[in-house]
Design a protein around this ligand. Structure first.
Ligand code: HEC
Length: 200
């Protein structure tokens, strides 16, 4: 007998053969179930690739439905929007003011005051001449930047500056602004002394 015959016996009828056969049903079913579960998980947890969606919300639409439409949070969002489009250009988005352009509102005794009567007169009437803010004197002038705003927008922006950047003063309502507006004299930019003569 040669070595060849020893290691490789001639094929007999009992040897296993490689053949093609249908994939077992359980593999197909398991694959479909896993795909389905994967799809379900993606739908529930991915937020459909929108990075603004966070748990426990599952889509941007659902998240949107939970956003405040009224109340303090909505008023604050509005105040911020008005601030950024009307006041922030000069006073800065951070309320820190700009040298030679506008004094700061953050930490300003005019903004963070107990009352808001003097403060409200500034955007309604305008301001002229020397004014001290945080111990520093500014001698510029500001037009009546808030005179054209509706009562609720002006109230929202004043509430916003009184409660931002470390300021912690009470909110202003649109009724407050309405009353103050009705009490105004002829349109003329005020001075710091004239403001101080008003009740706080
Ligand atoms: C065009 C630039 C400009 C815009 C816009 C503007 N301001 Fe002013 N603001 C000034 C200047 C300049 C002064 C200082 C005036 C002075 O020296 O007499 C000032 C002063 C003030 C003060 C008093 C001083 C202080 O820093 O606390 C307040 C309060 C104020 N502004 C609020 C507002 C609000 C609210 C708005 C938006 C409705 C606004 N300003 C928009 C330029 C601006």
């Amino acid at each position: 007998m040669s070595d060849e015959n020893k290691s490789c016996p001639p094929p007999s009828g009992n040897e296993p053969e490689v053949t093609r056969s249908a994939a077992p049903m359980w593999i197909i079913v398991t694959t479909l179930v896993l795909l389905f579960l994967g799809g379900l998980y993606f739908d529930r947890h991915s937020g459909w690739f929108n990075q603004n969606v966070y748990a426990p919300y599952t889509s941007a639409k659902q998240l949107d439905a939970f956003q405040p439409r009224s109340g303090a949070a909505a008023a604050r969002a509005r105040g911020k929007a008005v601030y950024e489009s009307v006041c922030g250009i000069c006073h800065g988005p951070d309320g820190l003011g700009k040298l030679g352009q506008a004094p700061p509102l953050a930490g300003s005794e005019w903004v963070d005051a107990k009352g808001f009567n003097r403060l409200s007169h500034i955007p309604l009437m305008g301001l002229n001449g020397a004014i001290k803010v945080g111990g520093k004197e500014w001698t510029l002038s500001m037009a009546a930047m808030g005179a054209a705003l509706p009562d609720d927008d002006l109230a929202a922006v004043l509430t916003y500056i009184r409660s931002s950047w470390g300021n912690k003063a009470s909110p202003v309502t649109s009724d407050d602004i309405k009353k103050i507006r009705a009490s105004l004299g002829p349109a003329k930019a005020m001075t710091s002394d004239e403001l101080m003569a008003l009740p706080e």
